[in-house]
Ligand binder design. Structure first.
Ligand code: NAD
Ligand code: TYD
Length: 371
């Protein structure tokens, strides 16, 4: 297959691109605007592969998208490009409306125009796979309820509302125009190459520097964590074997309270990068702030809660397990250790993200293969 991936320079998109190049025979064209969240350095291991190409394109730019479709002639689209951070959506919703709603609409129209010109067998085989989130369902208050594929939509934040809108557009294009679509709604991802504005990488990197670990409110909100490579594998499975028009929820059966995730990260760091023998710089910073500097948990700081903060997300992944045979490889225990180890082993990726240097590198590099 020739797969056009949007948002392939982002956290999950880059895992999908690496998965396709490393574990399949498919070709992949990465279409990404390279916002602050796009980092081509996350694709360094595959960028020279002959089955990979990149175009710096905004999915709201119809003419540029048309040109990429004409040149690459995709058999399938995996649409991941989005503004993805809830806190940013609260500060400034406009970019979320633009990319997540207008961008998805534009991509659907370009895909529809291209698809309608295909011959009958290519038309049947074509797929538009829209990658969405469990946040469209709003939150759960009971401790046993789970999101299923038929849970009514009740988004809470500008981010989740914009993703819900995009899901509705995709369903409408399937029903009205017959575009062969697939939708997946996944729980919170974590793993390597995660931009350090999200909880898990933020906590790891702040702890390593002896900086406060901000926990919103009491930290009793629950998220259902999935290792990003398990998600990438699930997405490829759905693309190849999913039934047209269907929705699949993807989740790792790893419900954790935020405070417990933060404590877990602290205890892994206590083991892998002890303050009293290895991370003496962080201990000095902690001492200057009046802390003992004996363990990372001392850095936990409860801060003002997020407005409209969803209490609990939890996915029922029975459908994808039963129909497509997908299950996660990583437990939370194994995945979170791998993640901490990855951040310890990749200080240069981290340093370039923290300094913003990755963007100047990107600006020099994206020209390769750009229309
Ligand atoms: P991310 O923010 O890390 O990456 C988004 C990518 O999209 C970036 O490379 C960015 O440059 C690109 N992009 C943004 N606006 C664009 C535009 N207008 N045109 C082209 N490219 C643009 O996001 P992520 O965490 O990798 O999430 C990917 C997708 O998965 C999103 O659709 C998100 O809603 C969904 N999702 C994320 C999670 C999660 O836990 N992160 C969970 C479920 C679903
Ligand atoms: P986040 O990683 O932003 O993902 P999402 O909001 O999409 O679930 O946040 C995960 C959880 O962690 C969420 O309940 C908010 C909380 N959180 C904190 O407590 N402190 C932080 O600094 C951040 C970024 C998030």
């Amino acid at each position: 297959m020739r797969i056009l991936v949007t948002g392939g320079a982002g956290f999950i998109g880059s895992a999908v691109v690496r998965h396709i190049v490393n574990h399949t025979e498919h070709s992949v064209c990465n279409v990404d605007k390279l916002t602050y969240a796009g980092n081509l350095e996350s694709l360094a291991s595959v960028s020279d592969n002959e089955r990979y190409c990149f175009h710096r394109v905004d999915i709201c730019d119809r003419a540029a998208l048309d040109a990429v479709f004409l040149e690459f002639r995709p058999d399938a689209i995996m649409h991941l490009a989005a503004e993805s951070h809830v806190d940013r959506s609260i500060e400034g919703p406009a970019a979320f409306i633009e990319t997540n709603i207008v961008g998805t609409y534009t991509l659907l129209e370009v895909a529809r125009g291209y698809w309608s010109q295909l011959n009958d067998s290519a038309k049947d085989a074509f797929r538009f796979h829209h990658v969405s989130t469990d946040e469209v369902y709003g939150d759960l208050h009971g401790i046993t309820d789970l999101f299923t594929e038929t849970t009514p939509y009740a988004p809470s934040s500008p981010y989740s509302a914009s993703k819900a809108s995009s899901d509705h557009l995709v369903r409408a294009w399937a029903r009205t125009y017959g575009l062969p679509t697939l939708i997946t709604n996944c729980s919170n991802n974590y793993g390597p190459y995660h931009f350090p504005e999200k909880l898990i990488p933020l906590i790891i990197l702040n702890a390593l520097r002896g900086k406060a670990l901000p926990v919103y409110g009491k930290g009793d909100q629950v998220r259902d964590w999935l290792y990003v490579e398990d998600h990438a594998r699930a997405l490829c499975n759905v693309l190849v074997s999913g039934k047209v028009g269907e929705t699949y929820n993807i989740g790792g059966h790893n419900e954790k309270k935020n405070i417990d995730v933060v404590k877990k990260l602290c205890s892994i760091l206590d083991e892998l990068r002890p303050l009293d023998t290895v991370n003496l710089d962080a201990r000095a910073v902690m001492r200057e702030s009046g802390l003992d500097g004996k363990n990372y948990r001392e850095l936990i700081s409860h801060v003002k809660d997020r407005p409209g903060h969803d209490q609990r997300y939890a996915i029922d992944a029975t459908k994808i397990e039963r129909e497509l045979g997908w299950t996660p490889d990583e437990t939370f225990e194994s995945g979170i250790r791998k993640t901490v180890q990855w951040y310890l082993d990749n200080p240069s990726w981290v340093a370039r993200v923290e300094s913003g240097e990755y963007q100047s590198w990107l600006n020099k590099q994206y020209g390769k293969g750009t229309l």
